[in-house]
Design a binder for this molecule. Structure first.
Ligand SMILES: *Cc1c(COP(=O)(O)O)cnc(C)c1O
Length: 411
């Protein structure tokens, strides 16, 4: 499906050009759980990885495949496995590729639930070191003899720290370590982690890719850059069946998706596919709105701090300018001590007080009291999360309306 055509053109015409029935423009929603064959040999070949095809929808479904192909193209990868949620993608991939006794270096600035499941991995016997990944030195110092994987987010949520993406990519390439990048915040429209030598790219499709807050989904894409040939944790049974290039995706699909069972439903795959058609348009608009709002907050006397990579004051502004097409649509603000955080939020009439991000609508949430509440004050402080911090996921509303809502709430 690499066409030489543009980002949006490719997405819009992908299903049609793959020739679904009746000249349909969309891949149909295939609800069939199982798939039957006239010749049993075909079924056997699919089980043995000798032939592409479908056996049971937990590990693959034509509607999910159509979406996976689009993600693969957007991320310039060699293959994608979709999951029911972003969390299922992260959990299943790590459980598929990492064993007890292996070591992971992870950014200390992580999505709250990712941090939480990493704590669970530690309890299962996986050694994890959390480092401030905005500096390569910390990542290098965190490596051990048995480090198998480095995990970072592009732009961390909520305080927008940006990992030292290029240098980590070079380090992992030199050492032959898997480099897994959560690209949710930047999306493949603003950034391809393959450009900084990522091995695996994770996306929560729930967020900007689906984009309308109406379907959950996640994906992991193999960029084709990692040499799986000597990776120690590949299941022996796969080695005789498939080429080394696809050891990774095979293991993620079979051990991760099939066994753990966090499967994307065909209905959700369809919704996300439709959403993805306008990813570029929505990101352009949301990023423009976000830049304008960040500038407004930055100049406002009642806002103590604005965390947004588009501002020159952001510690990784230069890096963001070099790597990303735009600065994203997520920011965090800290209110002046004279303002009550809940009062301010309750005065917002248009902005939705809600979890989630990457919706078409602007969403706001006080982070210390909600998504990072379980961590406690000390861990929050380590992660750069202040008690009055409000995360804003800027949507695609008309800017004047957004501006009016925030201006009114600030009094
Ligand atoms: C939301 C999110 C996830 C998890 O995705 P779900 O689809 O909600 O499971 C992972 N990483 C980041 C950065 C996210 O924002």
């Amino acid at each position: 499906m690499t066409t030489g055509r543009g980002f949006t053109t490719t997405l819009l015409h992908a299903d049609r050009l793959a020739k679904p029935e009746h000249g349909a423009l969309h891949k149909p929603i295939h609800t069939s759980v199982t798939f039957g064959y006239d010749d049993v040999q075909d079924l056997v070949d699919i089980f043995q990885n000798k032939k592409k095809g479908y056996a049971y929808s937990r590990q693959g479904n034509p509607t999910a495949t159509a979406l996976e192909n689009k993600v693969t193209v957007m991320e310039h990868g060699i293959g994608t496995v979709s999951f029911a949620t972003g969390m299922a993608a992260i959990t299943s991939t790590i459980l598929a590729l990492i064993k007890k006794g292996d070591h992971i270096v992870a950014s200390s600035y992580l999505f709250g639930n990712t941090r939480s499941v990493f704590q669970t991995f530690i309890e299962l016997g996986i050694d994890i070191t959390f480092v401030d990944a905005t500096s390569i030195d910390n990542v290098r110092n965190g490596l051990k003899e048995n480090t198998r994987l480095v995990f970072v987010e592009t732009v961390a949520n909520p305080a927008t720290q940006i990992a030292d993406l290029e240098n980590i990519g070079n380090l992992c390439t030199d050492k032959g370590i898997l480099y897994m990048v959560d690209n949710t915040m930047t999306t493949p429209y603003l950034f391809n982690p393959k450009n900084v030598k990522a091995s695996l790219v994770m996306n929560s499709l729930t967020k900007y890719v689906g984009g309308h807050g109406n379907a959950l989904g996640g994906s992991v894409t193999d960029t084709g850059l990692f040499n799986w040939e000597n990776y120690p944790n590949i299941f022996e049974g796969f080695k005789s069946q498939v080429k080394p290039e696809v050891f990774g995706v095979t293991q993620i699909r079979k051990k991760g998706l099939r066994d753990a069972g966090g499967t994307l439903s065909p209905e959700a795959a369809h919704y996300i596919s439709i959403g993805a058609e306008t990813l570029a348009l929505r990101m352009e608009r949301a990023c423009t709105n976000a830049m304008a709002m960040a500038t407004f907050f930055d100049d406002h006397p009642l806002i103590k701090k604005v965390h947004y990579p588009g501002l020159k004051s952001h510690p990784q502004h230069q890096l963001a300018s070099r790597l990303f097409l735009k600065y994203g649509a997520l920011m965090a603000i800290e209110l002046d001590d004279s303002l009550d955080c809940f009062e301010f939020l309750n005065k917002l009439k248009l902005v939705v007080k809600s979890s989630n991000l990457g919706d078409t609508r602007t969403l706001a949430i006080p982070v210390a009291h909600t998504i990072f509440n379980e961590l406690g004050r000390k861990k929050r402080a380590e992660m750069g999360i202040s008690e009055s911090m409000i995360r804003l996921s800027i949507g695609i509303e008309d800017l004047e309306d957004l501006m009016h809502d925030f201006k009114s709430a600030l009094g």
